[in-house]
Write a protein that binds this ligand. Structure first.
Ligand code: ADP
Ligand code: ASP
Ligand code: MG
Length: 404
């Protein structure tokens, strides 16, 4: 019997009615002769509610206890969905992450899955049950509850699909597939029939939160056929798979953007070996991820050094730099929290020159100033003032012919 792992996101299980509707969908898929393992997120808004409760008590909250708290959201939905299935005559069993031994490392709030014990799941499936597993959570080797980072239920689903060697992993959400850009930003964005792992990985890491990055990494590593579909209406969705000749031969497959950016610049830094390391070592020691880095040599043996971080890490980074000013001989530190990143993604870029210049010209025609640029084989990212986000995404979407 084919084995399918289905994941339902927060909006898809956001009310009792929605949970009943999901149960119907599952029963239909089962009646078509599939074994089913279901992963669910917390009801929409619930994880955010829990985050604010914790922050009212202490900010940042104790990492271990924070995970104990956050994991409860998914425990609610697994039980409700299993009840809904049973109420409609379908045998079902719910499990928390720990109960099916989703073993992770101990990095609370962003744990990585190491192993999954599939025995219990296989034995339930053999008994004709639908297995419902809580997304977003696991347990470390010491028995502590861990969570996998926001959006982590996607990763639970793909990891289960890989461990169980499922025939497909289906991610049901509130849009009917992966689009050329966020359809909430650009109304004529187009659904893609297929997108390759490499492009999806870039889209996810550059800000398209339709799939958590790690879920795409997992799917790519274990070659899990992954599909994004609507929980509300029928349709083929988008298949994420290895690059093949059935894919559209587009230059650009999609546009990703991120609002979570902030930039720090050190002006007049002494120009000598080791300076970049000296600036960035304490930043990385504080567990802050640096994204783009630009260093420009000036005329007078000094250099300007700019880098970007997640907006949440802006104040912390600024404090670290302020403590370094003396040892670095910096003239001034300036920061900007009002920036965003817009990125073009496409494997078509490998074989086509001129995409960057079209991008830059299109933005300049709109009077949008580019503050930073970074490129790789299949993406070009620019940092611009946040007030240009929507305009920038729209004009690029048009100029590269991505609309419907
Ligand atoms: P869920 O709760 O089901 O996990 P998410 O909110 O995490 O859902 O992800 C779905 C959202 O991703 C959509 O509502 C959409 O706004 C957003 N999104 C961003 N980029 C894209 C894209 N390229 N294609 C489709 N959706 C996208
Ligand atoms: N409930 C978690 C979140 O809101 C995990 C998920 O939905 O994937 O981030
Ligand atoms: Mg999500």
């Amino acid at each position: 019997m084919p084995l399918i792992v289905q994941k339902y996101g927060g909006t898809s299980v956001g009310s009792v009615e929605r949970i009943m509707a999901v149960a119907k969908k599952i029963i239909l898929a089962k009646s078509q002769g599939n074994d089913l393992v279901i992963v669910v997120s917390a009801m929409s808004g619930e994880t955010n509610r829990l985050v604010s409760l914790a922050k009212e008590i202490s900010d940042p909250p104790n990492a271990r206890e924070f995970d104990v708290l956050l994991s409860t959201g998914e425990q609610v939905t697994i039980s409700l969905l299993s009840m809904a299935l049973e109420a409609q005559g379908c045998l079902a069993r719910s499990y928390t992450g720990a109960q099916v031994h989703i073993l992770t490392d101990s990095s609370h709030n962003k744990a990585r899955i190491i192993d999954i014990d599939d025995k219990k799941i296989h034995s339930d499936l053999k008994d004709g049950k639908v297995v419902v597993v809580a997304g977003f959570q696991g347990v470390d080797e010491h028995g502590n509850i861990t969570t996998l980072g926001r959006g982590g239920s996607d990763t639970t689903a793909v990891a289960l699909a890989a461990a169980l060697k499922a025939d497909e992993c289906q991610i049901y959400t509130d849009v009917d597939g992966v689009y050329t850009t966020d359809p909430r930003m650009v109304s004529d964005a187009r659904r893609l029939e297929q997108i390759c792992f490499e492009e999806m990985l870039e889209m996810a890491s550059l800000g398209s939160k339709v799939l958590q990055i790690r879920s795409v990494e997992f799917a790519s590593k274990y070659n899990v056929p992954l599909r994004v579909l609507s929980a509300f209406e029928d349709g083929p969705g988008t298949l994420i798979t290895i690059e093949n000749n059935k894919m559209e031969k587009a230059l650009i497959s999609g546009i990703a953007f991120s609002r979570d950016e902030a930039k720090l610049t050190l002006l007049g830094v002494e120009d000598r070996p080791g300076i970049a390391a000296h600036i960035l070592a304490p930043i990385s020691e504080a567990n802050i991820e640096v994204d783009m880095i630009i260093q420009n040599k000036g005329q007078d043996n000094t250099t300007d050094f700019t880098f970007t971080v997640h907006r949440n890490d802006y104040n912390k980074s600024l404090n670290i730099l302020n403590n370094l000013t003396e040892s670095l001989g910096v003239r001034e530190i300036v920061g900007d929290e009002q920036i965003v990143k817009i990125s073009l993604v496409g494997v078509g870029m490998r074989s086509h020159a001129g995409i960057a210049s079209t991008m830059f010209k299109t933005l300049s025609d709109e009077g949008i100033n580019i503050q930073m640029i970074s490129t790789s084989e299949i993406k070009i990212s620019v940092v611009v003032d946040e007030k240009y986000l929507e305009l920038g995404v729209r004009v690029l979407h048009d100029v590269f012919g991505l609309q419907e």
